[in-house]
Write a protein that binds this ligand. Structure first.
Ligand code: GLY
Ligand code: MN
Ligand code: MN
Length: 440
């Protein structure tokens, strides 16, 4: 029986309010206003960029496409949602929100966003503004705009997801897994990268701009480009490998999933199987109290071991990590916090008052250095790539002598491998949202 997501929302809002009350008191504010934002225009054009609501607004209100709306909150009072519904015959005005969650709010519908000024009760109070500032707000009388100390505190605590948020991510994972299966089948049936992308979107039921990030759909050598952004139209290319990094969202919460497929049996397929096994080992390490930097370093040791057993490097795996050799093949972090933002905020935060926990020396791209707590949702995404730029650089270095170049030449046309799951840290065993969703 699926969990009813709406039934989890009141407790979610209670927790968000509790965190907000504490942060407002600590930083001397009487309340806050969260502005959803408005779509920006292309230079010299009357076309807008895709819109994405301010994540602070989205944590309170599941309306990811609501522009020029406000949530006003003063501790002790029900939050006020000022919902902008313009009179417009060029576009279809947004429909009034519905849903159980709305019971927690006072609702005001605005034809003109400027009328929020009176409704938000700013006079005589120290109200902080969070969102993209608009010149029109200059005279409204906010006490502070995106005050850093308040944001630091809210961001720090956002790493711990409420049961409602985890359920949203479970559902995003189910949608994304459906897309991944459709994309894999399209690839196997001979579709182009572009057609594979379309098959993905159709199965998920989300168009490009609704997805949490641009799909990475890479065949062959393209899989060596970490954020490969093209969608080639050609069908006739020989198929050796397929890397897909693609997500989905549910009520603004993201899934971020990667799979890699070999077109036929052989060395590359063996390498994919080896990565899958070590990826599961890393997922099992997502335990409360574990320093995520240790998960990253464990990933390096395991990948170095796989590179050696596959005959791609020589020597001791620990030495390969210490000399930077493993980073030639695995040049990104093992993962990151996931939530309303794909790379969710405060991954490096030392505590609620800001400051950073440093990355391990020699690992500049790790996005999460905190000790894991129940409620953290993280990605676990080991990778192993044949990247010309990094291999060419390694040739001139000492550790390059450990690389078996004949094996590299054989595997280079396959691009690379990444396997990425979304994992919830709990008080006990981790919950793997992605593997569960594929098994669904
Ligand atoms: N899809 C972006 C990432 O995996 O971090
Ligand atoms: Mn990803
Ligand atoms: Mn990721």
């Amino acid at each position: 029986m699926p969990i009813e997501v709406d039934s989890l929302y009141p407790a979610h809002l209670t927790e968000v309010r509790r965190r907000t009350d504490r942060a407002l008191a600590a930083h001397g504010f009487d309340g806050l206003v969260m502005f959803s934002g408005c779509a920006g225009y292309s230079f010299l054009d009357d076309r807008t960029y895709p819109f994405r609501a301010n994540p602070h607004f989205a944590q309170w209100v599941p309306l990811g496409d609501a522009q020029q709306c406000f949530v006003g909150y003063v501790p002790g009072q029900a939050p006020l949602l000022c919902f902008h519904q313009p009179a417009d015959y060029w576009h279809k005005p947004p429909e009034l929100p519905t849903g159980d969650w709305l019971r927690e709010f006072r609702l005001e519908v605005l034809r003109d966003p400027g009328s929020a000024r009176e409704l938000l009760g700013l006079a005589g109070r120290r109200i902080a503004f969070i969102g993209e500032w608009q010149a029109g707000f200059d005279a409204w009388g906010f006490a502070a705009v995106n005050p850093a100390a308040l944001l630091d505190e809210l961001h720090y605590h956002r790493a711990v997801k409420t049961p409602y948020e985890v359920e949203c991510m479970r559902r995003a994972s189910v949608l994304a897994a459906r897309g991944h299966v459709a994309a894999r089948d399209a690839f196997r049936a001979g579709a182009s990268e572009f057609e594979t992308h379309l098959a993905y979107c159709a199965a998920v039921g989300q168009r490009d701009e609704e997805l949490p990030y641009g799909n990475i759909i890479a065949f062959n050598e393209g899989a060596a480009v970490l954020h490969y952004q093209h969608l080639r139209r050609e069908r006739g290319v020989p198929r050796r490998s397929f890397l897909i990094d693609a997500g989905a969202q549910f009520r603004g919460y993201a899934a971020d999933i990667t799979r890699t497929y070999a077109a036929d049996d052989g060395d590359f397929a063996g390498l994919v199987a080896g990565m899958d096994a070590l990826q599961l080992e890393l997922c099992a390490a997502i335990r409360s109290g574990t320093d995520y930097r240790d998960v990253h370093l464990l990933a390096h040791r395991l990948i170095a071991g796989l590179l050696r057993s596959a005959g791609i490097i020589d020597g001791d795996p620990d030495e390969a990590v210490a000399t930077g050799l493993s980073s030639v093949f695995f040049p990104h972090g093992i993962g990151h916090l996931l939530g309303l933002q794909v790379h969710d905020v405060a991954g490096l935060a030392r505590d609620a008052s800001g400051g950073e926990i440093p990355r391990p020396a020699g690992h500049p791209y790790l996005r999460l250095t905190r000790v894991l707590e129940p409620g953290f949702v993280v990605t676990v995404e080991p990778g192993l790539y044949f990247i010309d730029l990094l291999l060419d650089e390694a040739r001139g270095r000492d550790h390059g002598r450990r690389i078996r170049w004949d094996a590299v030449e054989r595997l280079r046309p396959y691009g690379g491998i990444r396997i990425e799951d979304n994992v919830v840290c709990t008080a006990g065993a981790p919950e793997n949202l992605t593997r569960d969703a594929f098994a669904n």
